[in-house]
Ligand binder design. Structure first.
Ligand SMILES: Nc1ncnc2c1ncn2[C@@H]1O[C@H](COP(=O)(O)OP(=O)(O)OP(=O)(O)O)[C@@H](O)[C@H]1O
Ligand SMILES: [Mg+2]
Length: 389
């Protein structure tokens, strides 16, 4: 039987569940997909914990129904808000020169794994940025090399234990267990930023509903990550408050506006509010001004985050933009100008899910399926696979 995995991806506006099986040669086939909007979470925790339990169980049951199978083990996509990255140099000294083995590499990764200041976090991914053999030869594949010393720059991707405990308890009460924690920023980057772009360093920006996640990638690892509490919801709320409309109309205005388009004083957006037979007009100029102010603020935050990331980011390092808010028309061109570097939109190719808000769940199921294979392949092969990417 082909390998199958189930994953849920938890955002601040929706929970997505995907069940997929590995493709014959490459990629995967989606067997079940379900999406449920819910109240989300903020700094204080889940906004409606009871609703979350219902949301998680209904997305899982719906995806299972579509896939025609029941799965007990589920991978959990951990959002950027609950993910941390620690970059560390780890070293091993063998005394005299010998061939480097898989056990050495594993021990090396373990060496760096002491995070006394991060007691609330556990390691979800260990990604080598590069290895250094005998203190001088930089490589991505040290296996079988003769050396008396091996060191590596390792990116440890950590996930918040409290988040995992909370989701784990809800899933358990519905008869599911967590298979693994998958950091969604890393998963998205691996799935949607081409490897050759990551090798040269790339930036991933996911502008969602309540949060914006900013990550710097190098090879298969993350150099930096931070999540900021600002997103599309703030734009909707600004529009609702300043245009004196309810959230639903504000949301429609946000989706209608074309960012950066020049509008005149007389231009209007016409909307037919739900349940009404009267078309309402809104000044396009005013809508633009409100949206511009927030997107400007988001750009400033991204700029500041990148400046203080400590990463070397020349102008050729591109931004890969995703998350529901990146669906805003014209935002790519605006950000490109504002941030002074290339911006590409991540657009999942799946015909059913070709919107940026699904890139996170697609990345998570992709990495989860990858890990299934890895569990069955000896570590030596796993390491080779990492280097082949
Ligand atoms: N076409 C569009 N134009 C403008 N905004 C959009 C569009 N489509 C979706 N959005 C906005 O994207 C946001 C949802 O994005 P997404 O689904 O990526 O969030 P999430 O993953 O649930 O939350 P987060 O990533 O913040 O935890 C909402 O604020 C929604 O209004
Ligand atoms: Mg998201």
């Amino acid at each position: 039987m082909r390998q199958t995995a189930a994953a849920i991806d938890i955002g601040t506006s929706k929970v997505v569940c995907m069940i997929a099986e590995k493709g014959v040669y490459d990629g995967f086939n989606l067997l079940g997909i379900s999406v449920n909007e819910y109240a989300g979470y903020d700094r204080s925790g889940w906004l409606e914990p009871r609703e979350l339990k219902y949301t998680i169980s209904s997305v899982l049951r719906e995806a299972e129904k579509q896939a025609g199978r029941r799965l007990r083990r589920v991978h959990v996509g951990v959002p950027g808000d609950f993910t941390e990255v620690i970059l560390k140099k780890a070293s091993l000294s063998f005394g005299k020169a010998r061939r480097i083995t898989q056990d050495d590499v594993e021990l090396l990764f373990k060496r760096g794994e002491n995070f006394s200041a991060m007691r609330d976090y556990s390691v979800a991914h260990r990604c080598p940025i590069h290895f250094l053999v005998n203190g001088e030869r930089k490589t991505m594949d040290p296996l079988n090399m003769m050396a008396s010393e091996l060191s590596a720059m390792v990116s440890y991707v950590l996930v918040n234990k409290g988040f995992m405990r909370s989701v784990g308890a809800l899933m358990e009460s519905e008869g599911y267990v967590i298979d693994s924690a998958v950091a969604s920023p890393l998963a998205q980057a691996l799935a949607f930023i081409p490897a050759e772009m990551r090798d040269r360093t790339s930036i991933l920006v996911d502008i969602g509903n309540r949060s914006t996640s900013i990550s710097v990638l190098k090879g298969d690892g993350m150099l930096y990550h931070n999540s900021v509490r600002i997103g599309g919801l703030h734009i909707t709320r600004d529009l609702a408050m300043l245009m004196h409309v309810d959230d639903e109309i504000a949301e429609q205005l946000k989706r209608r506006a074309v960012y950066g388009l020049s509008v005149s004083r007389d231009d209007v957006y016409e909307l037919l509010p739900k349940g009404s037979s009267r078309i309402q007009s809104f000044s396009a100029m005013k809508v633009q001004e409100i949206i511009n102010a927030r997107v400007d603020e988001i750009c400033d935050i991204i700029k500041k985050e990148l400046e203080q990331s400590g990463c070397i980011l020349p102008e050729y390092v591109e931004i890969w933009l995703t998350g529901g808010t990146s669906g805003m028309r014209g935002i790519r061109e605006f950000m490109q100008k504002r941030l002074n570097r290339g911006v590409s939109l991540i657009q999942p190719k799946s015909t059913r899910l070709n919107k940026p808000e699904y890139s996170s769940a697609l990345g998570v199921i992709d990495l989860a399926l990858d890990n299934i294979t890895q569990e069955e392949v000896p570590l030596l092969e796993q390491i080779k696979q990492i280097f082949k990417k």
